[in-house]
Design a protein around this ligand. Structure first.
Ligand code: FRU
Length: 322
């Protein structure tokens, strides 16, 4: 008991099993560990929109004070998210969007810009001539729609660059590999995959046809052990950094709950990572991780000190009273 408020945050994740979302959850938990009095209910819909709708409803029933959600597909999830919002429960949308503006805040990179960046990068790497295959994310999920649109708008400015094949890899490695293998043509200069897992699937497919050496592949996400590693190993040419936003989502959520000021749109920065900067990026991330460890060590020391102090206070009180 104390003057501190206690809050319950519900987190509805469209899928939790891949590395990118695990990183997001790690960030969420780390940021929450700096705060006391917050309970987190976490639900993983495992790529199933119907299940995600049910999970949001059950979070509602468990009396959450705020909802963080990454909606699997925009259309099916829109009504339930609107319902939460209309009940006066703040909604922080992260990475994937609904089709509605009934939400409290959004956290994520600009997926249209990422698609555009990918298109401009690839067109220039191809010296403005060539045929590109596009391996897209799950149909109806907002990053797939926005990355496709941005990519198309960039490529249409280069008359000799053409998108000749488009397949849906649904964000998944195996599905992407299968779909690329199914393409009849062998005439391809580059592949844009909407994420690095699908870029790896595309690479595997090309390898089966001994095409992997002549085709430039690019992806999105650029996790240190994912896309950055693939770039370092020469499996793909580049990856567009896609920050998970876990930390920012918690910061924004806490500001909302504590009635502090916050931005409705929190757009995270992206950057192309290729052979020219992948080393530098790695070094910077290691440095940040070290600093983070230092901070955590200091915090542990502080809470130890605090505990000792409280014990002493208690002993003192006992002495005074007795
Ligand atoms: C992870 C993921 C990422 C992608 C994002 C799009 O589940 O597929 O690879 O960038 O979701 O929402």
């Amino acid at each position: 008991p104390g003057s501190r408020e206690e809050y319950v945050i519900g987190f509805s994740q469209c899928v939790g099993s891949d590395q990118w979302r695990k990183t997001m959850l790690d960030e969420v938990k780390r940021e929450l560990s700096f705060e006391s009095g917050i309970t987190l209910y976490y639900e993983d819909a495992d790529n199933d929109s119907r299940r995600q709708i049910e999970q949001v409803k059950s979070l509602l029933a468990r009396k959450i004070d705020l909802l963080i959600i990454s909606p699997n597909e925009a259309n099916p999830l829109t009504p339930v998210v609107e319902e939460v919002f209309k009940k006066g429960i703040p909604v922080v949308v992260i990475d994937r969007k609904t089709n509605s503006n009934l939400y409290t805040a959004y956290v994520g990179a600009d997926n249209y810009e990422i698609g555009k960046m990918a298109g401009e990068y690839l067109a220039n790497r191809l010296n403005r001539t060539g045929k590109i295959w596009e391996v897209m994310g799950l149909p109806g999920s907002s990053p797939a729609i926005e990355r496709q649109r941005g990519f198309y708008d960039a490529i249409k400015k280069f008359p000799n660059v053409k998108i000749t094949e488009q397949v849906y890899g649904n964000w998944l490695l195996d599905k992407a590999e299968k779909e690329v293998l199914n393409i009849k043509s062998k005439d391809v200069d580059a592949i844009f995959a909407h994420n690095d897992q699908m870029a790896l699937g595309a690479y595997n497919a090309l390898k089966s046809n001994k095409l992997e050496k002549s085709v430039k592949i690019i992806g999105v996400d650029a996790l240190p052990n994912g896309g950055q590693k693939f770039v370092g190993d020469g499996i793909i040419s580049a990856s567009m950094l896609y920050p998970t936003g876990g930390k920012e989502a918690i910061r924004t959520s806490l500001a909302i709950l504590k009635k502090e000021s916050f931005e409705k749109e929190n757009i995270l920065k992206s950057v192309v990572i290729d052979a020219t900067n992948v080393q530098l990026m790695k070094m910077q991330i290691e440095k940040m991780d070290n600093q983070q460890e230092d901070i955590e060590r200091q915090q542990n020391m502080l809470s130890e000190q605090n505990k000792i102090y409280k014990d002493q206070q208690f002993i003192l009180n006992v002495l005074i009273i007795s």
